[in-house]
Design a protein around this ligand. Structure first.
Ligand code: SF4
Ligand code: SF4
Length: 323
């Protein structure tokens, strides 16, 4: 088979610098109970990379010497890390907001029966992937049976108060396109999700985040196999909006990998592009002085157009610079 060409081609993404750090995004490992084809982590049940208790202690030490207000937990399925609960409890005890990027199906897996109640008790904000409100589309992207298992997870969360009016248990959903196109306008799609999920399944949630598929890892290879990689890159670059540069997530976030090394964002982590502010090939969280991040340069490359195309995209959805 011919070699798949995934190298960057443009090298003209604008330079950006950091704002005050608010969020620590921690990748607790690449193990996951699913193997979605768009996964930018290449996560799955056979991955062995998982954060140790020692690294988690170093993360808590960084929280204590920084001014972050939010801990954003991701993976893989972050809940599959055996230290997940102790990290959540320790962060909440420090008054830190905790977000769990949950795939929903984990809530119905054997051994995770008490997970929903734990998240509710700790008032963890759940950010859950549901790339469509139609069963066939979700199963096509995330695997057979995933839609029904996701509904089971959503029902569990709703029963615990998540997504209900006047509840402080926040449940946000994440949409990403099925193929190589930009997401539709977030507000309109959110209204359609609310209407369909409530009417057909009685399910409630707070907000919908639309996220652009990043042209990296499993999704990039799928595009390349179909001969769509280069055209998708051109689509992203042609839709770039300078106004979105203001809100890209790397300006206020750093990403930590399962071994404790730092990156400007989760996507850079997957591409092995280290934190620019570190000034060395790899900077470990135990060595980072938060002051070193002040106005520091961010490491950018062609995939960054995935964050600035159209309405923009971040781990909190559209950037709304362009509506
Ligand atoms: S996209 Fe999420 S749920 Fe799917 S394989 Fe990757 S980490 Fe797991
Ligand atoms: S891919 Fe990462 S570094 Fe690039 S703009 Fe997006 S958040 Fe920033």
């Amino acid at each position: 088979m011919a070699q798949i060409e995934l190298m960057p081609r443009f090298n003209d993404f604008p330079a950006i610098a950091r704002k005050p750090l608010t969020t620590l995004q921690v990748n607790l490992g690449y193990v996951c109970n699913q193997t979605c084809f768009h996964c930018h982590v290449n996560a799955g049940p056979n991955r062995k990379e998982i954060m140790t208790g020692e690294t988690i202690a170093e993360i808590l030490a960084f929280i204590d010497r920084s001014e972050i207000t939010t801990l954003d937990l991701t993976g893989g399925a972050p809940e599959m890390n055996p230290h997940f609960r102790e990290l959540v409890v320790a962060a909440r005890a420090r008054g830190i907001k905790v977000m769990d990027r949950c795939n929903l199906t984990i809530l119905s897996q054997p051994g995770y029966e008490t997970l929903g109640a734990f998240l509710a008790e700790q008032q963890v904000e759940v950010v859950a992937s549901l790339p469509c409100y139609l069963e066939d589309n979700v199963d096509a992207q995330r695997g057979d049976g995933v839609f029904q298992a996701s509904l089971d997870g959503l029902r569990q969360l709703n029963a615990l108060g998540y997504g209900q009016p006047s509840s402080n248990r926040v449940l946000n959903l994440v949409y990403n396109p099925l193929g190589p196109e930009l997401p539709p306008p977030q507000a309109e799609l959110e209204a359609a999700y609310h209407q369909h999920l409530e009417q057909h399944y009685g399910i409630r949630f707070n907000q919908l985040f639309t996220i652009t598929n990043m042209p990296i890892n499993r999704f990039a290879k799928t595009l390349a196999r179909k001969g769509q990689y280069q055209s998708y890159m051109r689509t992203l670059r042609a839709a770039h909006q300078d106004a979105n540069l203001e809100g890209v997530m790397c300006r206020s976030l750093i990403s930590v990998d399962w071994q404790g090394y730092l990156y400007d964002c989760d996507f850079n982590q997957m591409l092995h592009i280290p934190l620019a502010a570190g000034g060395r090939p790899k900077t470990h969280i135990r060595d980072l002085n938060p002051q070193a991040l002040d106005h520091a340069e961010i490491a950018v490359a062609d995939h960054c157009f995935g964050c600035t195309a159209g309405q923009g995209s971040s781990c909190g959805g559209a950037l709304k610079a362009v509506s």
